[in-house]
Design a protein around this ligand. Structure first.
Ligand SMILES: *Cc1c(COP(=O)(O)O)cnc(C)c1O
Length: 233
């Protein structure tokens, strides 16, 4: 079941990449494991998945510990994809390899401080908000350049790219403009000399369009693990 889903998703990702003239190897699948138990997670590691996305620290903590124990040798990479409250920044630095949801320079400054205290260079992405209907969180387009300028001075952070959660629209073609916009913001930053490359965009129902538009990471939950209990979201 899980293996079949994984093969199917990799197939769709590869085709989407090739349609856009991209190399399929440029796109990383982040398995969104929120509401998925540690047992299923272990199966996922067994079949080769190494990148997991979680959105709540409380839920992620025990799972990260349990997977860490069971697979001490495999390098599992943990992605924080949900909103991060400032008072939890310290825990996030301890738990996660890549924080996708940095949505203000103030939050970045806190992460920088805690990373410095533990001698870590924290990898982060900046969450960008591209419309009023979408997720409440994220930096608005006009504030991105300023935020990047500030964050790029923080010594214990490595800003690797941008992330967005577009409004939920059933038809993935209608989501395409959001993906194009995120890419164009990244390209502008690159032309300003910032070395940022990652685009974290695309979920179960629209990841192919995201890959066509340049996603380097897609965050897929439902298509991989099946429908989960939405109440727990
Ligand atoms: C849950 C979640 C996903 C995955 O959504 P699916 O539709 O289950 O693939 C991706 N990104 C974020 C930020 C999420 O919270």
């Amino acid at each position: 079941m899980l293996l079949n889903n994984l093969k199917h998703i990799y197939g769709r990702m590869s085709h989407a990449a090739m349609r856009a003239g991209r190399c399929p190897g440029e796109v990383r699948l982040i398995a969104v494991s929120k509401n998925v138990g540690a047992d299923v997670l272990k199966n996922a590691v067994d079949i080769g998945i190494r990148d997991f996305g979680e959105n709540r620290l409380q839920e992620a903590g025990p799972k990260i510990a349990s997977i860490g124990k069971a697979f001490a040798e495999s390098k599992v990479v943990w992605h924080l994809i949900g909103h991060l409250q400032k008072n939890k920044a310290k825990t996030a630095v301890r738990l996660f390899d890549l924080i996708h949801s940095v949505d203000s320079p103030e939050l970045a400054a806190l992460i920088d401080r805690y990373a410095g205290e533990t001698g870590k260079t924290q990898r982060i992405l900046l969450q960008v908000k591209l419309s009023d209907e979408e997720s409440k969180y994220g930096i608005v387009r006009d504030a991105v350049a300023g935020a990047v300028r500030q964050i790029s001075l923080m010594k214990n952070l490595r800003l690797e790219g941008l992330m967005t959660v577009p409004p939920y629209i059933e038809d993935p073609e209608k989501v395409r403009p959001f993906f194009i916009e995120l890419r164009s913001i990244r390209d502008l930053l690159r032309s300003d000399g910032y070395n940022i490359n990652e685009l974290s965009m695309g979920m179960s129902h629209d990841f192919e369009v995201a890959v066509e538009e340049g996603a380097t990471m897609v965050r897929v939950g439902t298509a991989l693990f099946g429908q989960r209990n939405k109440e727990a979201l």
